[in-house]
Design a protein around this ligand. Structure first.
Ligand SMILES: C[S@@+](CC[C@H](N)C(=O)[O-])C[C@H]1O[C@@H](n2cnc3c(N)ncnc32)[C@H](O)[C@@H]1O
Length: 282
């Protein structure tokens, strides 16, 4: 008999379940399955739920939980409307987006997501859809493109200097692993700065995986398939993401019932979670 895996405590669990306003007969979607932490708790309270997950290793971990009333789909939440239709999920009561990476992915995928893993290759792809790897971007983008990426995705004040340093350093040798990028950042700051590492690594990951565009599409799709009165619950870890969340909720005239709950996620990696809950009105 297979031993049951212990699932981590999902971020803001109580607030998420309350935000979704779960009803036994309702129809719910977890757009970011992850470890299955939230999904498992949702599944205990409702008849059927749909879980979407982009990363195949993560999906396999959710499958191990053997949640009999959960339909799983490997896919990108940007396609939420199509995926929901495919599985007959319509007039949805509640949809959850818990953005970013799970702690497990950060530790086990070995794709250079974390600045703490010097020897890992700078890959950062979450699925196999043929995106450029992080190292390709660093080795190929022009100085202006690198500047745009760092300033827009990370809001890093020294983006221009970092972009210049990346271009200078790659003339000496291509970017391959995590320590190469840290070296470029250190040259600009003159010392190690974990906050800057964190911001720049996140900016690169967002670029590799097209995260801002996916989020916009995913949220727009989610609003379309929610029923009137349905709930959209979003946890973000970055002001750039949170701004997109607020924009889409406002644009669709949703009522923001939980304006903002922020919680420092100590289990995880130096990040602070922001939860927003909105109701579809029209
Ligand atoms: C923070 S984790 C979710 C954790 C989950 N709520 C739990 O309790 O275990 C975010 C997950 O979303 C997945 N993900 C990221 N972008 C995605 C996308 N565009 N479509 C579907 N899943 C995505 C990641 O692979 C990761 O597993």
């Amino acid at each position: 008999m297979r031993s049951k895996r212990i699932v981590h405590t999902p971020v803001l669990l109580h607030e998420v379940l309350e935000g979704l306003d779960l009803k036994t007969e309702g129809s719910y979607i977890d757009a970011t399955g992850g470890e299955g932490g939230h999904l498992k708790e949702i599944a205990k309270k409702v008849k059927q739920a749909l879980g979407i997950e982009r990363n195949k290793e993560q999906l396999a971990r959710i499958q191990e939980l053997e949640l009999t009333n959960v339909v799983l789909e490997k896919g990108n939440f940007a396609e939420i409307e199509k995926i929901a239709k495919k599985h007959g999920f319509e007039n949805i009561d509640g949809i959850l987006f818990d953005l970013g990476l799970s702690f497990w992915e950060l530790v086990h995928l070995k794709k250079g997501f974390s600045y703490k893993k010097d020897e890992e290759n700078l890959d950062m792809t979450l699925d196999e859809t043929g995106q450029e790897k992080a190292s390709d971007i660093l080795n190929k983008y022009s100085k202006e493109e690198l500047y745009e990426m760092f300033s827009r995705n990370a809001e890093e004040p020294k983006s221009e200097k970092i972009a210049e340093e990346v271009v200078r350093q790659r003339r000496e040798g291509k970017f391959v692993n995590v320590s190469d990028l840290k070296r470029a950042i250190d040259s600009v700051f003159g010392a190690e700065d974990r906050r800057v590492y964190s911001r720049i690594f996140q900016a690169l990951r967002m670029q590799v995986n097209n995260e801002k565009e996916n989020l916009e599409k995913g949220l727009e799709g989610a609003v379309k398939i929610l029923k009137i009165g349905g709930r959209l619950v979003v946890i973000s870890f970055h002001s750039v993401e949170d701004r997109i969340v607020k924009k889409i909720m406002k644009k669709n005239n949703m009522e923001l019932i939980t304006k903002r709950i922020s919680r420092y996620d100590d289990m995880s990696f130096e990040r602070s979670a922001t939860l927003r809950v909105a109701v579809k009105k029209i």
